[in-house]
Design a protein around this ligand. Structure first.
Ligand SMILES: NC(=O)c1ccc[n+]([C@@H]2O[C@H](COP(=O)([O-])OP(=O)(O)OC[C@H]3O[C@@H](n4cnc5c(N)ncnc54)[C@H](OP(=O)(O)O)[C@@H]3O)[C@@H](O)[C@H]2O)c1
Length: 215
């Protein structure tokens, strides 16, 4: 059985965990304060879920979802993530994360920062442009008319295939935005950010995205 490791048990992490167990995945979830703080969530999630520390969530996982503030990325133990497919939900909110000059001058993107830190992993930007609440409400069976599409980007095709399988199982179509460096196309302040879009709508939104420097 595929194990989804989840780093972060806040808005996004908990919702990914709920959806994962409801569609049949096992979950190993971690936060910053330790497994003992996750008792209530584990009780809610049931026997498919267990609370672990960050290292164990990464090591036990077939695919790892990182759902923590981007300024905390350097705290992740990179060795434990080596070789893993890592789905990055992160977005840059300077008031929350502090200033990142390389994001401000758009010389990199949030998921590339995670990839730089987890250099032996295969990072895919995913779950970053859907409101947490929608993860458990918006999924539909494949083939449903106007099925909502989530957008991914990444440098490793096999990792993107694995991400696509997971997202499909969650009930969403997938649109591939290209390489990780294209992740800006669905970051905060773009048409795709938080929008309920089907495949055609997501493709259109990606093509209409503008960099801050061109606005
Ligand atoms: N909220 C949304 O609707 C939404 C949608 C799409 C993407 N995102 C993005 O997803 C990321 C997380 O957002 P959120 O709203 O879920 O945040 P949140 O509710 O504040 O949760 C953050 C989680 O990260 C954990 N954490 C922080 N540092 C950690 C570390 N070093 N190791 C392990 N866990 C750590 C926290 O642990 P503790 O619980 O122990 O404090 C907490 O569980 C952000 O980049 C955000 O932009 C959010």
């Amino acid at each position: 059985m595929t194990v989804v490791g989840i780093i972060g048990s806040g808005n996004i992490g908990a919702q990914v965990a709920r959806r994962a167990v409801s569609v049949g995945y096992d979950v190993a979830i971690a936060n910053s304060r330790g497994p003992q703080t996750l008792e209530g969530l584990i009780e809610e999630l049931g026997p498919r879920a267990r609370a672990v520390d960050v290292e164990e969530a990464a090591r036990a996982a077939d695919v790892v979802v990182v759902a923590i503030p981007i300024d905390k990325y350097p705290q992740l133990p990179a060795d434990a993530f080596a070789g893993k497919v890592v789905l990055d939900a992160g977005n840059y909110y300077p008031d929350w994360n502090g200033r990142f000059p390389a994001l401000d001058d758009e010389s990199t993107t949030t998921a590339e920062l995670l990839q730089e830190h987890l250099s032996a992993s295969h990072v895919v930007k995913a779950f970053s442009n859907i409101a947490a609440a929608d993860i458990t409400t918006d999924g539909q069976p494949a083939g449903s008319p106007s099925r909502r599409a989530l957008i991914i980007a990444g440098d490793d095709e096999a990792a993107k295939e694995q991400a696509t399988r997971l997202i499909n199982a969650f009930g969403f179509d997938v649109v591939d935005a290209g390489k990780l460096a294209e992740g800006w196309r669905y970051q905060r302040d773009t048409p795709a950010y938080g929008a309920r879009l089907d495949v055609d709508g997501a493709r259109r939104a990606l093509s209409e995205a503008r960099r801050y420097r061109d606005m």
